[in-house]
Design a protein around this ligand. Structure first.
Ligand SMILES: O=C(CO)[C@@H](O)[C@H](O)COP(=O)(O)O
Length: 236
């Protein structure tokens, strides 16, 4: 028996003007989690120093707070920001469930970050960009106060609708061998044509944006993603 499959439609691909009904629709179609991509561009820094984490601007705590009024669903927040510590308090007050930060920006303070996330009752996760070696997350999973999920980015973070990077599956396989009961999430380019490689590598939390929201039958896509994870676990 493997780690439970969690299918998390990425709300980045939803109609933001109808976020509550889009969320309700996804849950009705069988989603377990709602994936919320939090990206911030500090315009001054962006223009003069080019030191933003991703070149996009999406949503933050006020939107999470508004959505929380309409749903009790697990809100799986992925922080694509350079200063995640600043968002722990606002996001917990807003009603976030999971708080996944990037290892690339947390080398110095991940212990404090994880401790603060847990103290606010959120599930801590760590994400890594395609160019970041998998070894960088080991201390965060093996430390005294460990993260509870690793998010392997299968595209460069920033935008939905990009092409899945199959070469990232080596990271997923390595993680699954090392941590049999860890939640391993994959994000970027997941859909019916890529789920089998991700599931057989050992991913159990599947973020999917355009493949779900763009489908004529989103519920069929969600159930296919789930059955692929469950079948792979059954075989292994
Ligand atoms: O974090 C991101 C992009 O940075 C993702 O969550 C995307 O929103 C996934 O979208 P698709 O690749 O599934 O369209």
């Amino acid at each position: 028996m493997g780690v439970a499959a969690k299918i998390a439609p990425s709300m980045l691909s939803s109609d933001f003007a109808n976020l509550a009904s889009e969320a309700e629709r996804m849950l009705k179609f069988g989603a377990d989690w709602l994936h919320m991509d939090i990206m911030v561009v500090l315009l001054f820094i962006h223009s003069f120093l080019n030191r933003h984490f991703v070149p996009n601007l999406t949503l933050g705590a006020p939107v999470i707070q508004s959505l929380r009024k309409h749903t009790e669903a697990y809100l799986d927040c992925h922080l694509m920001v350079t200063n995640p510590l600043d968002y722990v308090e606002p996001l917990s007050k807003a009603g976030a469930s999971g708080f996944t930060f990037h290892v690339e920006v947390s080398k110095e303070n991940w212990q404090e970050l994880v401790q603060r996330i847990k103290s606010k009752g959120m599930k801590p996760g760590v994400a890594l960009k395609p160019g970041t070696p998998i070894e960088d997350v080991y201390p965060l999973v093996e430390g005294e106060n460990p993260v509870e999920m690793v998010l392997v980015m299968t595209v460069e973070p920033g935008f939905g609708g990009q092409k899945f990077m199959p070469e990232m599956m080596e990271k997923v396989r390595t993680l699954r061998e090392r941590y049999p009961s860890l939640d391993i999430e994959v994000d970027g380019g997941l859909g019916p044509s890529t789920i089998n490689v991700a599931a057989s590598a050992g991913a159990n939390c599947i973020v999917a944006g355009s493949s779900v929201f763009g489908a004529s039958d989103p519920s069929a896509v969600i159930s296919l993603l789930r059955s692929s994870v469950e079948e792979s676990q059954h075989k292994s």
